[in-house]
Design a protein around this ligand. Structure first.
Ligand code: ZN
Length: 170
């Protein structure tokens, strides 16, 4: 069984969660408020078992909860598919924030983790330990060339205490 993408809801998972406790499937679907309502209803229904009405309402709620979780998961998936379709028409799908993307500190756009230069603003990232040799950099950069933004060294800031030590008053 192939795993669905993270943002798609698996109706089977929603049903299985609702099987264990009504409302869990709704929570899985991202319907937190509705899921909590379902859980409270289910809890009340279990309490009603002492009044025997619960024996009728609990199975009904339980089945309804599983059914709803399944329906909602499919509904959400359809919406997500539509949105994904719309998005892919305009911008590249890689814009989505995923594990292999990072945020540009300069323009706050999502770029690939492997990116050395931001494709939006041209910000040059500080390469990690495995820094490749900067091939695009000419030996002598022209004066007008945008130089890589050097981060402020935080150690230099913290060496000095923020407030000068007050000497003993004489
Ligand atoms: Zn940028």
């Amino acid at each position: 069984m192939s795993e669905p993408p993270i943002f798609y809801k698996n109706p089977a998972v929603a049903v299985i969660l609702s099987f264990f406790f009504m409302g869990l499937g709704q929570l899985y679907n991202g319907q937190v408020g509705w899921g909590v309502v379902c859980m409270i209803l289910y809890f009340i229904s279990i309490m009603l078992m002492f009044a025997f009405i619960g024996f009728l309402t609990t199975p009904l709620l339980w089945i309804a909860g599983m059914f709803d979780a399944h329906q909602q998961a499919n509904l959400i998936n359809r919406k997500l598919a539509e949105e994904a379709g719309k998005r892919s028409e305009g911008t590249a799908p890689s814009v989505r924030a995923t594990a292999d993307s990072k945020k540009c500190p300069q323009c706050a756009e999502e770029v690939k983790v492997e990116a050395v230069v931001c494709r939006f603003c041209g910000h040059r990232f500080q390469s990690p330990a495995s820094a490749p040799v900067e091939r695009s950099q000419p030996a002598v950069p022209p004066a007008s060339a945008p130089r890589p933004v050097e981060p402020k060294d935080p150690a230099r800031f913290f060496q000095r205490p923020p407030t000068p030590p007050s000497g003993p008053a004489t």
